[in-house]
Design a protein around this ligand. Structure first.
Ligand code: IPD
Length: 264
């Protein structure tokens, strides 16, 4: 069996277990939390616990692989593989009880730096909906038994696009200016609140495109592979003065015009 397929199977298994843990922790925690700030602590705690769970599972199954996670930082590999993990992508949704959050797990080969790595496998699991998106290099992108295909180009009514905004208020003006530039291409805009799901939805043809400046490696590692394996394109621009990279993803018919509008 090829390596990418094995990595995908492991990513899927661990994402499901981790997602179930995240879902359980939220329902247990919220029932005992008396205040909003107590919920914030539960979210932080759940984020850390879920990442530790994923890290430990990977270390057991594939000792020697590297790890790059949102909560616990990086560990270099003695193999060629690094796991890039967001334990709970969409933490604000998770905190507020909006059922759009996901565990995102990718296995990448080579240097563990976006743009230099080669993504081998990925899984994005939303425990609130039960949807699990998965991909392996050369093996396609899948939701259950359905093979995913991006929209080759938007319909005549314009593109259904998604974006996101960084948490730092200092970045909001440039992010909003980007939305204004992109708007002529759009029939409408979504802000789902979890980049991994935005990318999974582009792969599934539920969105025509997605753009955001400021993503971290763990936000897009698995989702970008889903898009590429579904026949889409992923690109963007290097870090700006604040260190924020631009990610643009869509079907081939929209990509150049979306990139041109989103870039700054
Ligand atoms: C965030 C979400 C959000 C995106 C932010 C990310 P987090 O990840 O993916 O949609 O707009 O840029 O940081 O913090 O919930 O893991």
């Amino acid at each position: 069996m090829p390596l990418a397929h094995d990595l995908e199977a492991l990513a899927v298994e661990i994402a499901q277990e981790a997602g179930e843990l995240a879902r359980r922790r939220r329902s247990e925690g919220v029932s005992i939390a008396a205040t909003k700030s107590a919920i914030a602590d539960i979210v932080t705690e759940a984020d850390r616990e879920v990442e530790q769970f994923i890290r430990a599972r990977i270390a057991t199954e594939r000792p020697g692989d590297g790890f790059l996670g949102e909560e616990s930082g990086a560990e270099r590999a003695s193999t060629d593989i690094t796991w890039v993990v967001d334990p709970i992508d969409g933490t604000v949704n998770y905190a507020y009880g909006i059922p759009s959050y996901a565990v995102s797990i990718a296995a990448v080969a080579g240097e563990p730096v976006p743009g230099r790595w080669e993504a081998m496998a990925g899984a994005v699991f939303n425990p609130a909906s039960g949807e699990l998106f998965r991909a392996s290099r050369g093996g396609g992108a899948w939701l259950g038994e359905s093979r995913l295909v991006v929209n080759a180009e938007p319909s005549g009514a314009g593109a259904l696009l998604a974006t996101g905004f960084g948490y730092d208020p200092a970045t909001h003006a440039t992010d909003l200016a980007r939305v204004a530039r992109v708007m002529p291409l759009a029939r409408d805009i979504r802000r789902i609140g979890a980049a991994s799901l935005d990318l999974a939805f582009v792969a599934a043809g539920r969105l025509d495109g997605y753009f955001e400046r400021g993503l971290q490696p763990w936000d897009h590692a698995a989702g970008a592979l889903l898009v590429e394996e579904a026949g889409g394109m992923v690109g963007g621009a290097p870090a700006d003065a604040r260190g924020r990279i631009l990610i643009v993803a869509s079907g081939p018919g929209l990509f150049e015009s979306l990139l041109e509008a989103a870039i700054d």
